[in-house]
Design a protein around this ligand. Sequence first.
Ligand SMILES: *[C@@H]1O[C@H](CO)[C@@H](O)[C@H](O)[C@H]1NC(C)=O
Ligand SMILES: *[C@@H]1O[C@H](CO)[C@@H](O)[C@H](O)[C@H]1NC(C)=O
Ligand SMILES: *[C@@H]1O[C@H](CO)[C@@H](O)[C@H](O)[C@H]1NC(C)=O
Ligand SMILES: *[C@@H]1O[C@H](CO)[C@@H](O)[C@H](O)[C@H]1NC(C)=O
Ligand SMILES: *[C@@H]1O[C@H](CO)[C@@H](O)[C@H](O)[C@H]1NC(C)=O
Length: 307
Amino acid sequence: MMFVLLVPAVLLLAARTTLVNSVASPLTYEDKDPLTGEPVQCDRCPPGAYLRASCSSTRETQCAQCPEGSFTELWNYIDKCLRCGVCGHNQVVKKACTADSDCQCECKQGYYYREEFGMCVRHSECPSAQGVFTKGTPEKNTVCHVCSSNTFSNFSSASHNCTAHKNCIDAGLQMVLSGSTWHDSVCANCTELKDGADYLREIIPAFFVHQKMNIKRLRRIVHKLPSEDGKKKGRTSELNFSELHAQISAWAASATAKHIRQFPDMLIKSAANGSGERLQTKLNHIDAHLIEQCGLGSVAEGVESSA
Ligand SMILES: *[C@@H]1O[C@H](CO)[C@@H](O)[C@H](O)[C@H]1NC(C)=O
Ligand SMILES: *[C@@H]1O[C@H](CO)[C@@H](O)[C@H](O)[C@H]1NC(C)=O
Ligand SMILES: *[C@@H]1O[C@H](CO)[C@@H](O)[C@H](O)[C@H]1NC(C)=O
Ligand SMILES: *[C@@H]1O[C@H](CO)[C@@H](O)[C@H](O)[C@H]1NC(C)=O
Ligand SMILES: *[C@@H]1O[C@H](CO)[C@@H](O)[C@H](O)[C@H]1NC(C)=O
């Protein structure tokens, strides 16, 4: 459905018409002859025109075309066309104003019309673990759905649907962590063995996107991220969510396996107990699968003794 501007002006005209002229033809109106003072039936002006001069007993109604930027939509006897509407904030012209119709507006790309606010608002994004079921339109918001089994989404988006988990076996690899709604499956190559923590690092960025952690706690965690040289991160008090997530991703990509392995415990010590425990559970699964799939006694020692 479109929404049309300046509806009230048109309604007003219609109302006035009914009052003046409840019985006569809808295409005429009653006026007084300027010379005799007797009532006369005058023709109305068609849509796209306005009344320049009323009729008399000897002269027909004179109409004139609406000037550029104005319009009339109904048969009328107004002495001035209505001014064309102007599209509002976050709107674009859907149909330009013509002499016989006002312009129509719609929400611009990425926005939809919110009836209760009477304005265009941004399409919602579907959070991680959910995909876009139906994309938003100028009239409707995005519709999200929870990713079904074997699919995932690891970021918020107003356009992205869930994607299928990768298949480790088809790629000639072993699966060490099965995919969930918010992360992909994690595969290992048993002939190129790595510490279990090296597989956990793949899902750490998605983990923090998915956890709805408050920003203070996230800043404290980023501040405490250990680095090679033992130095902590600098000021984190002014970083926003996207910057904090970027720092965690960068850290996860470059941290040593030892630091990654200590990470769940660090979360617990930062009072993010639940998150720490969930990540520890993921690491335990990876370790167990590595032993099972790659036939190892103990993964951590296995890596060291083979080095
Ligand atoms: C998203 O995926 C679901 C399930 O496969 C499908 O029914 C839906 O049509 C998809 N939506 C879009 C926008 O592709
Ligand atoms: C697994 O690692 C070995 C040794 O590096 C390599 O030759 C092989 O191509 C890898 N397999 C896959 C499927 O990547
Ligand atoms: C999301 O998953 C894809 C595919 O596994 C991966 O390449 C990407 O880095 C992930 N993004 C985040 C934020 O974890
Ligand atoms: C976060 O801060 C950066 C740099 O100040 C800025 O470019 C970005 O738009 C901010 N992101 C959000 C989501 O506010
Ligand atoms: C989180 O851990 C701290 C310290 O180990 C403990 O005092 C607290 O009770 C724990 N909170 C929850 C909710 O488990």
